[in-house]
Design a protein around this ligand. Structure first.
Ligand SMILES: Cc1ncc(COP(=O)(O)O)c(C=O)c1O
Length: 461
């Protein structure tokens, strides 16, 4: 029998996270405050606990994973590395396609890798309650799950369109003991302000982030902090356990070299988690194509400038150096809710600027078509976000066939879509359309960053 998956034992779990900041050709640029000066760790203290702020600014290459965190991750980690033999057969490709199955976690995606770590560090710091936002609902479920196991209260602001489309995600959060409200809500100044201007808005991650931060920093007791599911350095750091496991597993599968690494990108965390340990190899001279994938309706990496911008709509966060569509951007309501974010992780953005990655955008319909092909060959039903990675994998496997090359393709199967079937239903009913972002909307949206500083590494146009 040919082997389908490579399993590591619990004792083979990586004991350290990998920090790409230590190896990038130029050091990451600092976030800026409203006065244009770099923000000091102290300025972030009302929002995050100091132990996570230290990770956020760390330049250390390796950071130890506390045993208590590993103990919880061991509920589903190490995640299996699969070989997609049936898809290879269907495509008749000489490529060998491998994927990390991050859908095996209790909430169903990669998100708990950082949710557990963040909840643990907050608890260590004496925090009692976390607030957060969620798009697709995967992050909100992940943090709810982590808070339940670690013993913290959790409040989730869920982007309204997902709240309406995904009632079962809300129920999952409630089952884990969290509170979930649709965003924009009447509970915060940021939410009330948006509702007054746009009562019918589908919401956006940028708005929900503003609400969650406001809810954390206005808690006068000082025992509430905010938790972000993507974008920031420490979040990407916690996800690198995926790529580190994958390296060991590929070796066990007998692979000496990886040619192509692929992941879908919302804020960049699952992609970075898989890809960063391979980016290190690329910096050291290995030839690897590293491909982050996004929707054409929210083309942050492929069409937006590298600029300083706020991470949220109400301009509460510091300015981050990143590819951004502008913080006022309200993306069209495509079904991949987790990919509807105006910005991109600063570390992923910088790696793109340094030419270490080749971002790509796909239309919604091609992604659903790929996800259906996947379900009918590999069996698993993918999250709509993950389907973007699958579309790119299929293209790369076809290219390998055209070129007659035996390539090794590795990608992150970031989550299952069992709570996302309304999207599949709309696709089967022919109700979904492609929505490449019109140039006019893009330039209108970029107005909001016109006067913000440009990072030193930005290329002059
Ligand atoms: C299954 C899944 N994959 C990918 C993403 C995109 O987020 P990120 O780019 O941070 O991995 C999400 C976000 O909600 C998700 O739920």
């Amino acid at each position: 029998m040919e082997s389908t998956k490579v399993q590591l034992s619990e004792k083979d779990m990586p004991r350290q996270w990998y920090n790409l900041a230590a190896d990038l050709p130029r050091p990451p640029l600092p976030p800026l405050g409203p006065d244009g000066n770099p923000v000091s760790p102290d300025m972030l203290a009302p929002v995050f606990p100091m132990n996570l702020i230290e990770q956020e600014v760390s330049a250390d290459r390796w950071i130890d994973i506390p045993d208590e965190i590993l103990q919880i991750l061991a509920l589903w980690r190490p995640s299996p590395l699969y070989r997609a033999r049936r898809l290879e057969q269907l495509l008749d490709t000489p490529a060998r396609i491998y994927y990390k199955n991050e859908g095996v976690s209790p909430p169903g995606s990669h998100k708990p890798n950082t949710a557990v770590a963040q909840a643990w560090y907050n608890k260590q710091f004496g925090i009692e309650r976390l607030t957060t936002e969620t798009g697709a609902g995967q992050w909100g479920s992940a943090l709810s799950f982590a808070c339940a196991l670690i013993g913290l209260e959790c409040k989730v602001f869920m982007v309204r369109i997902s709240f309406d489309q995904k009632p079962y995600r809300r129920l999952m959060m409630e089952t884990w003991g969290a509170t979930c409200v649709p965003s924009p809500s009447e509970e915060t100044n940021a939410g009330r302000d948006v509702l007054a201007r746009m009562p019918d808005t589908p919401g956006s991650l940028g708005i929900a982030i503003s609400e969650a931060i406001e809810a954390a920093v206005t808690d006068t007791g000082g025992k509430t902090r905010y938790s972000l599911g993507s974008v920031l350095n420490h979040v990407l750091l916690h996800q690198t356990i995926i790529g580190l496991e994958a390296k060991k597993q590929l070796e066990l599968a007998g692979e000496k070299k990886v040619d192509t690494v692929i992941g879908c990108c919302g804020g960049g965390s699952n992609f970075a988690g898989l890809a960063f340990p391979f980016v290190a190899d690329k910096i050291a001279g290995a030839e690897i194509a590293i491909i982050p994938v996004e929707p054409t309706s929210c083309p942050t990496m492929t069409r937006a400038p590298y600029s300083y911008d706020h991470g949220d709509t109400a301009e509460m966060t510091p300015l981050l150096p990143m590819h951004t569509l502008g913080h006022a951007f309200v993306p069209p309501p495509i079904h991949a809710g987790g990919l509807r974010y105006h910005g991109m992780a600063p570390l992923v953005s910088l790696a793109i600027v340094e030419g270490l990655m080749e971002p790509r955008a796909y239309h919604q319909l091609e992604c659903y078509e790929s996800a259906v092909t996947w379900a009918r060959t590999e069996g698993f039903i993918s999250a709509p976000e993950t389907s973007h990675a699958i579309a790119a994998v299929i293209d790369e496997a076809k290219k390998a066939k055209e070129e007659g090359k035996e390539k090794v393709i590795l990608f992150n199967w970031s989550g299952h879509g069992l709570m996302d079937l309304t999207g599949y239903e709309a696709y089967f009913a022919g109700k979904l359309v492609d929505y490449p972002l019109p140039e006019k909307e893009l330039s209108e949206s970029l107005e909001s960053i016109k006067n913000l500083p440009k990072p030193a590494y930005a290329k002059e146009k």
